[in-house]
Design a protein. Structure first.
Ligand code: SAH
Ligand code: SF4
Ligand code: F3S
Length: 469
């Protein structure tokens, strides 16, 4: 077993560099009120990385800009999980050339998963000579040092092959409103045959439980009542370091004063233990929702995907979950058009959707990723067929979503108010514990509070209610 204390390095070791950067910034009075804008792509994990990057930039003296046009520093935090995510980044970075020509003091950076693929990062860096710095997912904590060099006019390229230790203590500027994200682990060991994530995020590294719980307690003190625990496979939390398992971590988080809601993602079905199902059911602050990506309803495709479970096993889990908590809502991820997917395999996915009645599904057309084993599998499916399957699948899921929404009509539930509608301030929105979004009229001062709402009707992807008096 590892000694927890040896596995992480705190951010203090890089603080000296921060001071240098601040000095560099202060030498240029015009830079003192420099503003940054981060364009974030991809998953929750990346969104939370952007919060840390924002925290680092603020510790260097930068302030957040309202939009890209008013920023002195623009940073793209990229995703590469599917091809079109990559294309968008090249397009959006390229579009800044004109602005950089007009204003050479503009600083442009690109980071994140796509840049962790060294060949892609090199391609971008040479194709867009006006990009000032590029760094991968494993070098985020070096941002202040990089910036210092950039401010001296040196281009920077920092892509580390391996992740190194978990770095604790990075400042974070939370931008996601009433709910705060907390990493429990980084990386992924699963190597699903279609997926690039293990290559760009490295092997699983769990954070020390004490660090996680301290962070949650500090967030609770600052007024956050909902936390979202993040990891590519939270169910295997602790296994890499011989620490406490995820079920126990949940229990300890549940007991922190001030925390009223705990969500977590993502759960891999193969690692969803009975102990975790029990904890989820017994702990009052763990929400009535589980995101449980199934990817396909066909045993054959699940095996080719290297998912490590069968359709029957997945359906068995769903049964256990619903039995343990009849209020639970399930959401999922599905890929259509995986290499070799026959019409029959695809029908199996449709029938699984009908059987489970997911509350919502994130659906994707399979996108070949260089370096993954599925990219060279025989039987690649033509784009037109993938699209046809996706459209049919989405229509079916839409009907399922409506069906699950309808169960709520006439019920009363507790909503954590997240914000007001952009066009109508008096229209509030927020989620039930089960992750269903509810819209209802109310005063904007209620944002951040819990309200009891009566559900009157449904829309295609949300519920409509009124405050219960
Ligand atoms: N760790 C999470 C999800 C990570 S990526 C999990 O295991 O569920 C989010 C989703 O993107 C995946 O669940 C999958 O449905 C989808 N995805 C990943 N790689 C893909 C690819 N090459 N083509 C299409 N969809 C993909
Ligand atoms: Fe990708 Fe699979 Fe890991 Fe999820 S569990 S990040 S889909 S390899
Ligand atoms: Fe997330 Fe995309 Fe990276 S899904 S982990 S940002 S490749």
């Amino acid at each position: 077993m590892h000694n927890d204390k040896n596995l992480h390095r705190t951010y203090e070791t890089t603080l000296y560099a921060q001071a240098d950067t601040a000095q560099a910034l202060h030498m240029e009075p015009s830079e003192r009120a420099a503003r940054y804008y981060i364009v974030s792509y991809g998953c929750q994990m990346n969104a939370h990385d952007s919060e840390k990057i924002a925290g680092l930039l603020e510790s260097c003296g930068y302030q957040q800009a309202d939009n890209q046009d008013s920023a002195h520093l623009i940073l793209f935090n990229t995703c590469c999980v599917r091809e079109h995510a990559e294309k968008r980044v090249f397009g959006n970075v390229g579009a800044l050339k004109k602005r950089k020509d007009e204003d050479p003091s503009l600083i442009i950076g690109v980071c994140g998963c796509m840049m962790q693929q060294k060949d892609v990062a090199e391609r971008l860096f040479s194709r867009f000579p006006f990009v000032d710095f590029v760094f991968g997912t494993h070098s985020m904590h070096q941002l202040p040092q990089m910036l210092r060099h950039v401010l001296r006019g040196e281009r920077q390229f920092l892509v580390f092959e391996s992740p190194g230790e978990v770095i604790e203590g990075l400042p974070s500027k939370r931008m996601q409103g009433v709910s705060a994200s907390v990493n429990v682990m980084y990386g992924c060991n699963n190597y699903c045959s279609y997926c690039i994530v293990p290559y760009v995020r490295g092997r699983e590294r769990s954070r020390e439980s004490g660090m996680i719980l301290d962070e949650i307690a500090a967030l609770a003190k600052r007024g956050y009542t909902e936390i979202q625990l993040l990891g590519q496979n939270v169910n295997s939390y602790g296994k890499d370091r011989g620490g406490i398992p995820f079920a126990q971590l949940l229990q300890m988080a549940n007991d922190i004063d001030g925390i009223r809601r705990i969500r977590f993602m993502t759960s891999h079905p193969k690692d969803l233990s009975d102990a975790l199902i029990e904890s989820m059911t017994a702990l009052p602050h763990v929400c009535d929702h589980l995101h449980l990506p199934v990817q396909s309803g066909s045993d054959r495709i699940q095996a080719l995907m290297n998912r490590g479970y069968t359709r029957a096993y997945y359906l068995g889990l769903v049964e256990k979950l619903k039995k343990a908590n009849p209020h639970i809502e399930l959401t999922t991820d599905i890929i259509v058009g995986f290499p070799g997917e026959t019409d029959e395999d695809y029908r199996q996915t449709l029938s699984l959707i009908e059987e489970v009645e997911f509350s919502a599904a994130f659906t994707f057309m399979y996108s070949p990723r260089a370096g993954t084993s599925a990219a060279s599998m025989p039987g690649q499916i033509p784009a037109a067929l993938k699209k046809e399957r996706l459209l049919e699948l989405n229509a079916l899921q839409q009907r399922q979503t409506q069906k699950t929404n309808a169960h709520y009509i006439g019920t009363i539930g507790e909503v954590l108010v997240e914000g007001c509608d952009q066009r109508r301030e008096s229209l509030l929105y927020g989620k039930l514990s089960c992750f269903k979004m509810v819209y209802f009229p109310g005063d904007p001062s209620l944002v951040g509070t819990y309200q009891t709402v009566y559900i009157k009707s449904t829309k295609s992807n949300s519920l409509v209610g009124e405050l219960d008096k």
